[in-house]
Design a protein around this ligand. Structure first.
Ligand code: ZN
Length: 372
């Protein structure tokens, strides 16, 4: 504040002349804390993964189940950070102040801006990073995506420690986040040219899928869809899948709770589970449709790259059985049935729940033509 201001018997920092901490903060920092409407709109426009978008939204609402939030809800007695021992673990601590967070941010934020970056108002911070952080970051390309991915991976990393459930996808927060951004860009079709070419060779193109599907619409063939889901309460993963016959009639649906794991792992689980069910039903001609390009790519590779997920190995083993099977990519919009099944998993059991008939809550006419 300015040093020489005339004394008044009212607070000059707000229009109502009433003192609030917020107005004092704004006066002190000379910045306006961004208004919430703009913030929600910015988060809404986030073009990365849905689960990251939801995480950022919950983080700004202060609803992420960190230890301090668990204490507030009388679910826990201790608000400490289990990772570093800090007294209060709130979402700001997890994604900004915990040592691994500081480590990640300090490699991507310009040094001269780091302390401002780490100390600004949380909501303003999220808003800035999703809208315009070019002056603070070393490389502004797709920064909004990388920012979201780093926050998300910090949260996953924290959960892996708290629940003693190591992440399958090893590597630093930054490495995992960059891989996530790459996968996002691949899904948008804006990845580096060589990646796009590779995908076309892998026959994951949608036109190719359409053609194949036409050919396979014959009696004796079955279609399976699978998808991963994410519970917004705690970010834990679920998966779901459905098998239908060549006429689009329901044969079997499943849903399964997985727990904390990467999105890719959850997608692979979904694909594996539904094929296991198909085997058990004695099906021997099947087309598996997923909306995760990465799993489709890994399914169609001749060899898995070293360090691949264990579940991916199981999935590929089942692909190698003696049956006619094809794995194709499908647009997310046409994979809604599997997606909605994934949302039914409730976490009470790790065993898959089977649906010999469509769940009562589903309006089957909403899911067009047996594929979508
Ligand atoms: Zn900590």
């Amino acid at each position: 504040m300015e040093d020489f201001v005339a004394d008044t018997d009212y607070w000059t920092g707000s229009v109502q002349w009433e003192f609030t901490v917020k107005s004092a903060y704004e006066l002190r920092c000379g910045a306006t804390v961004c208004d919430d409407g703009k913030l929600w709109q910015t988060i809404h426009n986030y073009k990365g993964l849905q689960r990251i978008k939801i995480f950022l939204w919950l983080a700004c609402l202060g609803r992420v189940l960190t230890n301090s939030e668990r204490v507030r809800r009388h679910l826990a007695e201790n608000a400490n950070c289990i990772v570093c021992g800090a007294l209060v673990e709130d979402v700001n601590h997890v994604v900004r102040w915990c040592p691994q967070a500081i480590g990640a941010w300090s490699s991507v934020i310009k040094l001269s801006f780091l302390s401002r970056f780490l100390s600004m108002d949380f909501k303003e911070w999220v808003h800035m990073n999703l809208s315009d952080a070019a002056r603070m970051v070393s490389n502004p390309d797709n920064w909004d995506l990388l920012f979201g991915a780093i926050c998300w991976n910090l949260w996953l990393g924290r959960n892996a420690v708290v629940f003693d459930n190591p992440l399958e996808d090893r590597g630093t927060v930054l490495e995992r986040s960059r891989r996530l951004v790459e996968r996002c860009l691949m899904a948008f079709g804006t990845a580096a040219p060589e990646l796009v070419v590779q995908m076309r060779n892998g026959a994951t193109g949608c036109t190719a899928t359409e053609l194949k599907l036409q050919q396979c619409m014959a009696e004796g063939w079955f279609f399976a869809n699978s998808d991963a889901g994410c519970r917004i309460e705690d970010g834990s993963a679920t998966c779901g899948g459905v098998i239908r016959n060549h006429e689009g009639r329901w044969v079997r649906g499943i849903t399964k709770f997985i727990g904390v794991c990467s999105a890719l792992e959850a997608e692979a689980w979904g694909a594996y589970m539904i094929l296991l069910v198909a085997r058990n039903l004695g099906i021997n001609r099947i087309v598996l449709l997923l909306d995760c390009m990465e799993v489709v790519r890994l399914a169609n590779l001749e060899y898995l790259p070293p360090g691949a997920l264990t579940i991916m190995m199981y999935f590929r083993e089942i692909l190698s059985y003696d049956w006619c099977i094809e794995v194709h990519h499908i647009d997310r919009k046409r994979n809604r049935l599997a997606h909605d099944l994934a949302k039914l998993a409730d976490g009470s059991s790790l065993c898959p729940i089977h649906f010999p008939h469509p769940p009562d809550s589903f309006v089957m006419s909403d899911y067009a033509n047996g594929i979508g």
